[in-house]
Each structure stands twice: as structure tokens, then as C-alpha cells.
Ligand binder design. Structure first.
Ligand code: V0V
Ligand code: CO
Length: 140
């Protein structure tokens, strides 16, 4: 069902500082930068590599309000890995088949994600403590 790792989401306190660190230390480059009001984040996608099933990224996430998923995560855990985003061909199909196994769906319907993707989250309490995101990227 999964075609690749689309991105690893990392909670950060200062987006600009973290972007600079990834650019300087790892030589990554920013592919896109957006504010997602619904998700409560300012985020940047840093390109890592192209693969046969699409590209993979590091997603840096800074909260735009404290009572958001990333704001609460930072207050509790500090900076670090927040979620894994797996690429899927069809996010609605993936949600239906994963939901049928009993995993709670945070999103019953896809939402707007980075770079025009359709995304949906699975509940970390049902996925071994790993917040998991399904990502259907736009075809270019
Ligand atoms: C919370 N918990 C986590 C977690 N966040 N566990 C693993 N990884 C995480 N990232 C645990 C937390 O430790 C608690 O465990 C429990 O879940 C409840 O946490 P809470 O802070 O009280 O929060 P809730 O219940 O209000 O919300 C938790 C959920 C929320 C997962 C439902 O964070 C959510 O809706 N996340 C999906 C949306 C999201 O993360 N958006 C930001 C990225 P204990 O203490 O009870 O054991 S946006 C994005 O990636 C975009 C736009 C993109 O890729 O394009
Ligand atoms: Co994400």
C-alpha cells in the first residue's frame, strides 16, 4: 500500500533557524514553504532525494499557536521527530483499508497538505506510538 517515505516531520521552535541548520549541515534545499492554518503550522519541505515512486523530504514544522498538535508536542517533548508521512497512490482507499483493521483515523476524509498533497493522519495510540500520515502527492 505504501509507495515510499514521502517525508519525516520534525517539530522545531524556530523554522528559519532550523532551515539554515539543515542547509548548512546536510546541504538540503527548500522545495516549498507554506502556512497551513488548519494544521496550525508554518512548514518547510526540504528535498532529500528522488525515487521511482516520487520524491522524499524532511518537513520542518513550527507551530503558529500553542494549542495545536505541534505546539502541544513541543511543550511536552521538545524538538524532535513528530510524524512519518508515507506515500500512497490513493489516500481514500488507504484510509478505508487501514480503518477496516481497527486503527482510529484522526482524519476520516483527506485534508490539504504541503505542495498540494491530500493527507490524512492515523492515531498514534493505534500505530505503536508513531503519528502516521498518509500522503497522496499531486501528479506533475
Ligand atoms: C500526541 N501524541 C503523540 C503525538 N502527538 N504520540 C506520538 N507522536 C505524536 N506526534 C500522544 C500524546 O503523547 C498523548 O499520549 C496522546 O497522543 C494525546 O496527545 P495530546 O497532546 O493530548 O493531543 P490530542 O489528543 O489533542 O491530539 C493528538 C493527535 C493530534 C494525534 C490527535 O496531534 C493530531 O490531530 N495530529 C494530526 C495533525 C498534525 O499533527 N498536524 C501537524 C502536522 P498520552 O500522554 O495520552 O500517553 S501538519 C503536516 O504534517 C502537513 C500539513 C503535511 O505533511 O503536509
Ligand atoms: Co507531514
Amino acid at each position: 500500500m505504501f509507495t515510499r517515505i514521502d517525508h519525516v516531520g520534525i517539530a522545531v521552535r524556530d523554522l528559519e533557524k532550523s532551515i539554515s541548520w539543515y542547509e548548512t549541515t546536510f546541504g538540503l534545499t527548500v522545495a516549498s514553504q507554506e502556512i497551513n492554518e488548519e494544521q496550525g503550522v508554518r512548514e518547510a519541505m526540504l528535498f532529500v532525494a528522488d525515487g521511482p515512486a516520487g520524491s522524499s523530504y524532511v518537513q520542518l514544522l513550527e507551530p503558529i499557536r500553542p494549542d495545536s498538535p505541534v505546539g502541544k508536542f513541543l511543550a511536552r517533548n521538545g524538538e524532535g521527530v513528530h510524524h512519518i508521512g508515507y506515500g500512497v497512490d490513493d489516500v481514500e482507499n488507504a484510509l478505508a483499508s487501514i480503518g477496516a483493521t481497527g486503527v482510529r483515523l484522526v482524519d476520516k476524509r483527506p485534508r490539504h497538505g504541503s505542495m498540494g498533497a491530500s493527507i490524512a493522519f492515523l492515531h498514534p495510540k493505534d500505530t505503536g506510538g508513531v503519528l502516521t500520515e498518509l500522503v497522496q502527492a499531486t501528479r506533475r
